[in-house]
Design a protein around this ligand. Structure first.
Ligand code: APR
Length: 239
């Protein structure tokens, strides 16, 4: 695959999904041996699950925390951090991943649209900001409470909840001239719509992953391969 040029006038928007962390040993969601193969989404990742069984929800996210803490960033994370450093002020990263591997690789201008594993927040949405929380809870009794009395819940966007930072994300897509999407199946909205919004705004759109995503037809380039193998050599920043 010849490299794709990034020109001096380009602004880059990147969307990543679970596939970008796969080479760090974190399972994706929809693979046959993925996270959702062992769980029902409605038991661990919905507001209703939280109301019915907060202990079960915390058990699931505590296990994710334990796995995330052991994982290291891989060449895909480092390639994106390197691209950001070559494109000061012209690079924005939106990740659906709740692990912290992009930051640990050096990315700074990024949002976690589906939340962050290493944070918790009040279940009552009382207005206090999320707090850093790396705890792996063995039981619900260990989980702290907000000063308002609400129990702390994972700072994760459950199915049916609004993704975070959408106004900023929409603004960044509107001004991007190149969208790079890596390691996401294109099955969860609104993230799966971003490529359509970028195309409508006239951007080039590149997908990187071993399989075609569900929204493959909206990409101007689909580059088949693992993100950690493809991303490091894919882009040429022109001066
Ligand atoms: N490099 C790049 N892509 C990969 C790799 C790899 N090494 N390995 C797997 N993939 C791809 C798969 O081909 C698949 O298309 O990663 C994608 C993972 O898809 P999903 O499991 O559906 O994960 P994602 O798209 O991130 O899920 C979106 O759904 O469950 C919710 O909130 C959760 O943020 C998540 C959202």
């Amino acid at each position: 695959m010849p490299s794709i040029s990034i020109l001096p006038a380009d602004r880059v928007f990147v969307l990543t999904g679970a596939g970008v962390s796969a080479e760090s040993g974190l399972p994706t969601f929809r693979a046959s041996d993925g996270l959702w193969a062992g769980y029902r989404i409605e038991d661990v990742c919905t507001p209703d699950a939280w109301r019915r069984d907060p202990a079960g929800v915390w058990a699931f996210y505590s296990a994710r925390r334990a796995a995330g803490q052991k994982a290291q960033p891989n060449p895909a994370h480092f390639a994106l951090a390197g691209l950001e450093s070559q494109l000061p002020g012209r690079f924005f990263l939106c990740t659906q991943n709740v692990d912290g591997l992009h930051e640990r690789a050096g990315s700074t201008n990024l949002v976690h649209m589906h939340g962050e594993l290493a944070k918790s927040r009040c279940e009552r949405e009382c207005g206090r900001p999320p707090v850093e929380d790396h705890a792996v809870y063995a039981s619900l009794d260990e989980v702290g409470h907000c000063p308002c009395g609400g129990r702390l819940r994972p700072h994760i966007v459950f199915f049916g909840e609004m993704p975070l930072e959408m106004p900023r994300i929409e603004r960044e897509i509107g001004r991007a001239t190149l969208m790079i999407v890596a390691g996401t199946s294109g099955s969860v909205y609104p993230a799966a719509s971003f490529v359509h919004w970028a195309r409508a705004a006239g951007a080039r759109t590149v997908y990187v992953g071993p399989e075609e995503p569900l929204n493959a037809a909206a990409f101007t380039h689909v580059v088949k391969g693992k993100a950690g193998e493809v991303l490091p050599g894919l882009f040429q920043v022109e001066s």
